[in-house]
Write a protein that binds this ligand. Structure first.
Ligand code: PMP
Length: 358
């Protein structure tokens, strides 16, 4: 069984370890998991209180509680398992992916368990801290210049393609085109939300990056509810999903300037475009008013969820997915100078942030 990756049955993450992991042959009543990646999935729902003033309940699915700190642990596990099954990834193989963040962490963790080598390619604009996280998990990081066209031989797309050709046994997960990405959510995130709300969920709100989260979770929830659950995409203003032309925005991990195949264009009943300013303001409020230190795409998704909540019925149960934690954004969203440099900081919300001393 895929254990926690399948996310079923849904019980408390503590004290509910699958039996085969703490069997009798291993001694009396010792609770443990074989590897930290057994703890992927089964994240809790936390009610939003201070920021959600409407009558409907708004419940946050807190994905930073995954062991790698983000929702991407789920896809990493399933993409690797699917590639093993298809024979694309063989023992001793190398995982090559252009990623600098959450997906890299998830892949590195699963690779560590299974003995694969990881080579991640990222542009030089990615902070040293982020690169060091990947290295800390044992991955190799190849840094490429940001200021070149994607077609340039030194671009991080070109370099990762070349590495896949050059390294024997290399496999590229390609999260933007890998069906195991949305499938991981059909098999874990969707069933978890349905079970946790005992089928009472009425709305599911999530940001769209690769589209894997919203497409897979949405597919499951629509199917199991006979189409009753409404799926709402949250998107940065300027991104193609909400009708933009790909103009730049600052929220990370969501929005695109192209249409990835992992996004099901028929899944969303509604798409809410959210400005950077509104996303970041809500991100800061989540930390200060809900004690949820989360990333900017979480503030964006919550801003969209609250817009839905305004016209929702009191019995509605709105689930909003929060993809990652806020520690990776301390020098940005949670830094007053950074916020002020983009004109985001309103005087009301200036206090209580990390400030300049970092
Ligand atoms: N937020 C963050 C921080 C992410 O890294 C991602 C993944 N790109 C998303 C949201 C969107 O998730 P998905 O790719 O499943 O659409």
């Amino acid at each position: 069984m895929g254990k926690a990756s399948v996310g079923w049955p849904v019980t408390s993450r503590l004290g509910s370890l699958p039996q085969q992991q703490s069997g009798k042959d291993r001694g009396p009543d010792v609770d443990y998991v074989e590897h930290v990646t057994d703890l992927v999935g089964n994240t809790p729902l936390v009610r939003l209180n201070a920021v959600a003033t409407g009558k409907a309940r708004v419940l946050a699915k807190v994905e930073y509680l995954n062991p790698g700190g983000s929702v991407k642990d789920r896809i990493a596990q399933r993409m690797i398992e699917a590639a093993e099954e298809s024979g694309e990834l063989r023992p001793g193989g190398t995982i090559v992916e252009p990623t600098s963040g959450n997906t890299g962490v998830g892949l590195a963790m699963v690779a560590q368990r299974k003995g694969y080598r990881c080579v991640f390619v990222c542009p030089d604009k990615v902070s040293e801290d982020k690169r060091n996280v990947l290295k800390a998990y044992g991955a190799e990081v190849v840094v490429c210049p940001t200021a070149v066209e994607p077609e340039h031989p030194d671009s991080y797309y070109s370099v990762s393609d070349r590495l896949v050709q050059e390294i024997e046994g290399a496999w590229k997960p390609n999260q933007y085109a890998n069906p195991a990405n949305p499938e991981s959510h059909v098999h874990s995130t969707g069933p978890e939300i349905w079970a946790q709300t005992e089928g009472k969920v009425t709305h599911f709100v999530a940001g769209i990056g690769t589209g894997g989260t919203i497409s897979g979770t949405g597919e499951y929830l629509k199917k199991v509810s006979d189409g009753r659950v409404k799926v709402i995409g949250a998107d940065p203003e300027g991104s193609v999903y909400s009708g933009g032309n790909g103009r730049p925005y600052l929220v990370e991990g969501v929005g695109e300037d192209f249409w990835p195949s992992t996004y099901d264009r028929g899944i969303c009943d509604q798409i809410v475009a959210v400005s950077d300013a509104a996303s970041f303001e809500m991100t800061r409020r989540l930390a200060r008013e809900e004690a949820l230190l989360v990333g900017g795409s979480c503030g964006m998704a919550v801003a969209a969820a609250l817009e839905i909540a305004e016209t929702a019925d009191p019995d509605d149960v709105i689930v909003v997915l929060l993809p990652d934690g806020g520690r990776g954004y301390l020098t940005k969203v949670f830094n007053d100078s950074w916020m002020a440099s983009y004109g985001f900081l309103s005087p009301d919300h200036a206090g209580g942030s990390v400030g300049d001393v970092l």
